[in-house]
Design a protein around this ligand. Structure first.
Ligand SMILES: Nc1ncnc2c1ncn2[C@@H]1O[C@H](COP(=O)(O)OP(=O)(O)OP(=O)(O)O)[C@@H](O)[C@H]1O
Length: 285
C-alpha cells in the first residue's frame, strides 16, 4: 500500500476525433506527497491540461487512473480546487459573493452564517483583497480578479490546489507579487499544489518538483526534477544562486535540446509558449 497522497498510475488518455482515436497521454505515472508544490512544464499541446483535468475529475482516463488519499478520483470534488488562467468569476456577483458561492458549497452545514462571513474575509485578506469585497469583477483589475480566484479556491480548504497557468495573463510585476503571495500561503497552509506553467523561472522559484513532459502525441513524464532550494525563497537573491541557475538550465536543456519541437522555435526567453500563442497573448495585453 503506497503512502502517496496523490497518485497517477498508468494513465492513458485517448480522445475520439474525426480522424480516429488520438492518444494524448500514454503511461503517465506520478506520485505526489502531501504539501508538495509540483509544476508541470512541457511544450504547448503536450498534455499538461489533460493531466490536470484528470486530477480535477473533469476527464476520465481511458486507462489507469488517479487516486487521492486512497480514493479513486472520477468526478470533480471540493477537496480539489481549480484556478484557471482567466479567473472565471461570476460578473454579476461581488468579490465577497463570488467567494461565498464556493464557501456555501463546502461549509453550509458545518459553519454558521457569521463563521462563513469571517472565513470569506480571512481568505480575501490572505490575497490582500478584503478592501474590494463589495466590488464586482468588472470594477477590479485582471490581477485583482486572479487573486479573488485564488482566495475562492483556498476558501474551500482544498487538500489539492490545481492551477492552470494561473499567472499567464498578468503583467510581470503583478505576476511576481502573486507568486510571492502564493509561496507564503502555501507554506502556511501546506496544500498540495499542481501548477501548469510555461515560465521556467516561475517553475524553479515556486516548485519542490518540476515534472517535465515529453512532446505528444502519447506524452508522458520525461524528467522529474527535485528543486532543493531552501524556503522562504527570494527571487532577487536566487537569480545569481548557482544551484538555481543549474536547475533553470536543466529545464531549458530538457525543453530545447531533448524535446526540441520545431526547428523554427528559438528560445528567446525562458518560456515554452509557441510563437502564435505569444502573439495572441501580446494582443490580449
Ligand atoms: N477534447 C479533446 N479532443 C481531442 N483532442 C484533444 C482534446 N483535448 C485535448 N486534446 C489534444 O490533446 C493534446 C494535449 O492537449 P492539452 O490541452 O492537454 O495540452 P497542453 O500541454 O495543456 O497545451 P497548452 O500548453 O497549449 O495549453 C493536444 O494535442 C490537444 O489537441
Amino acid at each position: 500500500m503506497s503512502k502517496s497522497h496523490l497518485e497517477l498510475t498508468g494513465v492513458e488518455m485517448a480522445f475520439d476525433t474525426p480522424k480516429g482515436s488520438f492518444i494524448a497521454l500514454d503511461n503517465v505515472n506520478l506520485k505526489i506527497n502531501k504539501g508538495e508544490f509540483v509544476s508541470l512544464i512541457g511544450h504547448s499541446g503536450c498534455g499538461k491540461s489533460t493531466v490536470l483535468n484528470i486530477v480535477a475529475g473533469l476527464l476520465q482516463a481511458t486507462k489507469g487512473g488517479c487516486v487521492l488519499n486512497g480514493h479513486e478520483v472520477n468526478s470533480p470534488g471540493p477537496e480539489r480546487a481549480v484556478v484557471f488562467q482567466n479567473h472565471a468569476l461570476m460578473p454579476w456577483l461581488t468579490v465577497h459573493e463570488n467567494v461565498e458561492l464556493a464557501v456555501q458549497q463546502v461549509f453550509r452545514k458545518t459553519m454558521s452564517k457569521q463563521e462563513r462571513r469571517d472565513w470569506i474575509t480571512h481568505n480575501l485578506e490572505l490575497v490582500n483583497m478584503a478592501h474590494a469585497a463589495n466590488k464586482r469583477p468588472g470594477e477590479i483589475s485582471g490581477g485583482m480578479a486572479q487573486r479573488v480566484g485564488i482566495a475562492r479556491a483556498l476558501a474551500m480548504k482544498p487538500s489539492v490546489l490545481l492551477m492552470d497557468e494561473p499567472f499567464g495573463a498578468l503583467d510581470a510585476l503583478t505576476r511576481a507579487h502573486l507568486q510571492d503571495s502564493l509561496m507564503e500561503i502555501q507554506q502556511e497552509l501546506n496544500n498540495t499544489v499542481i501548477m501548469i506553467t510555461h515560465d521556467v523561472d516561475e517553475a524553479v522559484l515556486l516548485s519542490d518538483r518540476i515534472i517535465m513532459m515529453t512532446n505528444g502525441p502519447a506524452a508522458t513524464v520525461g524528467e522529474d526534477l527535485h528543486i532543493d532550494l531552501p524556503r522562504p525563497r527570494n527571487r532577487v537573491t536566487l537569480a545569481d544562486d548557482p544551484t538555481y541557475v543549474h536547475y533553470r538550465q536543466e529545464v531549458l536543456k530538457f525543453l530545447y535540446e531533448k524535446q526540441r519541437k520545431l526547428e523554427t522555435i528559438k528560445p528567446t526567453r525562458a518560456s515554452t509558449v509557441e510563437p502564435e500563442q505569444e502573439e495572441a497573448q501580446a494582443a490580449r495585453a
